[in-house]
Every structure is written in structure tokens, then in C-alpha cells.
Design a protein around this ligand. Sequence first.
Ligand SMILES: Cc1cc2nc3c(=O)[nH]c(=O)nc-3n(C[C@H](O)[C@H](O)[C@H](O)COP(=O)(O)OP(=O)(O)OC[C@H]3O[C@@H](n4cnc5c(N)ncnc54)[C@H](O)[C@@H]3O)c2cc1C
Length: 331
Amino acid sequence: MLRKRKKTKTLILGDSFSSNIYVTQDLNDSLLLSWAGSSSTLDGWEFTDTCVDKLPLFLESDCLKRLGFGTSEIDYKYVLIGGEESLRSKISLKSEEDSPHTWYDLLPKTRGKVYKPILSWCQIIKILRSRVGLPRLYANILSIDPNEKTVLLEGGATIEYENIVSSVPQDLLLTKLRGVNPANVSASYARLPYNISLIIGKVNQKISDDEVIVYALGRKRYIASHIILLKSSINYLKNEYALIYVLTPLKRDTDKTEILIKNFSELGNVGIEVRDVVFARSYIEKYGRLIKPKENPYSKLLEEAGIRVIGRYGSWKELSICNIIAATHDH
Ligand SMILES: Cc1cc2nc3c(=O)[nH]c(=O)nc-3n(C[C@H](O)[C@H](O)[C@H](O)COP(=O)(O)OP(=O)(O)OC[C@H]3O[C@@H](n4cnc5c(N)ncnc54)[C@H](O)[C@@H]3O)c2cc1C
């Protein structure tokens, strides 16, 4: 049977924030290839005539300016309930020895200033994608042959490439690489999934336009680790509503049943009463927290295979948007 064969210079894997800013720099003769059905953490939910963010992301500096997006400085009010130690144990894994950096360590631990884009993150990722003129292909990768420099896709098509830039999860990428035993990969990468819920409703708390309130739940009685409150800027809601995010690390002993319902009782325990709910949804962020491998046995192998890794789980270390912009934009 005749198989379709395509040639490209740079093959960029993942339709992510990092890929879409990487490709604004070069690139002729490139192809952006993404797994069918997978999305960026920045992709939101459609709601009324707009989109709402699945995750509330804040910036440690005004780094988004480099991509041409305006930001505003906001007050980050951090309220720790219980102890830091107990919070840490909720978001760490048994195999973790030192306390590594997380997105959570990048932001203030008292009241402080952080930055937030004027647009929502889901609008930003749409704009970034619209700026890119490269062809895109959505297909599942069956295998990558680094010696032949070919990628075999589900359905039988083959892509010949000169180099790869990958933002897809590093552990997933390795399981596709010829010569790597997939059974050994998972032992080298640890991660903690998160249940992330967004509830839009009215609350019994005053939140100003330029403020975010972050409750860090350092007590065992709470299964969530963070509750984050923001004032909604959705026009249709006439400013009276709040966006309430509840982040729950999914450890083996977490009871996953009806987590969205449990979120409401956790909110009540913190003293947040919610009424007139107009939106409530949850999703599981598989790579909620990445735990850095002590030594990465695969970094040399990836380098030798001509694969450059970018982004949060592509590189397994660029934790925040500002980290990614610094590492990827001026590559
Ligand atoms: C709970 C949480 C809180 C965070 N808070 C902050 C914050 O406050 N500030 C901040 O700057 N950053 C924060 N981050 C990090 C932020 O989400 C990332 O910087 C941002 O998502 C950009 O990452 P990226 O470009 O690497 O990947 P993304 O844009 O998220 O894209 C990931 C790519 O990987 C692919 N992919 C993922 N999983 C699979 C799979 N299983 N199979 C195939 N393909 C897959 C997707 O197709 C997609 O193309 C937080 C992250 C989490 C999880």
C-alpha cells in the first residue's frame, strides 16, 4: 500500500502556549503537529459570548509585554489557613526529597503585587494561534525514529523532519521514541494530578477589581489546597459575580467522588457563602504539579536525537508563563 510521505524542516509538537510563541521567531518550512483532542492549559470554557479561564494564572513580572499584551498590576492577598508544612505535604509526593519550585512558590506568600493580563488567558491563546501562519496538523503519533528522522502517524502517514521542537509532556514523547523502553520512562518522572473547579456565583466577600484573594488550605480537614477568588469581568454578569477556583491535589487517598459538591462545603468551611451560581465545572489537570527528576537520564538522549524541549512539561522545568517567555521567545 502506498503511504503518504511529507517533508518538513522543523516539526513542532503541541499546540501549546510555548509552541505558538516559539514559532513567531523563525520559521520557514515548519509544521505544527498536535495530538488530536488535546489542548493548552490556557484554553478556556465557552461561556455566553466569551470564554472563561480554566485556571487563574498570575505573573511574577510584566513579562507578557514582550508578546504585545497589556497587563495590570493587582493586589495578591494570600491567606494561609493552618500551616505551611501541612500545605506542603498535601502537594508533595512520597518520592520527593528536597522542596522544589512550583508555580505556587513563584507568587507572594503574604500580600504582594502580581500581574494579570487585561484579556483573559483563553483570549490570549486564541490571538497567539491566529498570529501564526504555519500549517497545522492534528494527528496521533505512533512512533518517532530519530535515526531515520521520521515520525509515523496513526493512519499510516509519515513525516520526514530535520529537527523537532517539543512542548508535549516529556514522558509521553519518550514513550514514542524508538529505542526507548516505555516501561522505564514512568519511573523517571513524577507528577501530581489536580482537580480544578470553577464556580461563578455571588459571594459574601468584597473583592475589588484589582484584587485576588488566595486561600491556602494548610489543614488536613480540607482536601483542596487552594481557593482563589477574583471579581468577574464578564459584561453579561454586571460585575456582581465572582470567579471561584478550587484546586484539589489528587493524591491516592483523595476521595474523588463528587468533588465539585465537596468544593461547596469546603468553601462554606472557609466562610465563603456562594449563591446564584451560573456556572460550575471541573476538570482534571493530569500534570498539575511536576516533580523534577533528580537526574534526568533522558536529557542526553533527547539532545542526541535532535529534539529541543520547551514549555512546562516539554522541558519539565519551565514552570511559569514568564519562565517560558524568557526561555522560548528569544531562543
Ligand atoms: C495548577 C496550576 C497553576 C499554575 N499557575 C500558574 C501561575 O499562576 N502563573 C504562571 O505563570 N503559570 C502557572 N502555571 C503554569 C502554566 O499553566 C503554564 O505556564 C502554561 O500552561 C503554558 O504551558 P505550555 O506552553 O508548556 O503548555 P500548554 O500551553 O499548557 O500546552 C501543553 C501542550 O501539551 C499537549 N499535551 C498535554 N497533555 C497531553 C497528553 N496527555 N497527550 C498529548 N498531548 C498533550 C497539549 O496538546 C498542548 O499542546 C500553573 C499550572 C498549573 C497546573
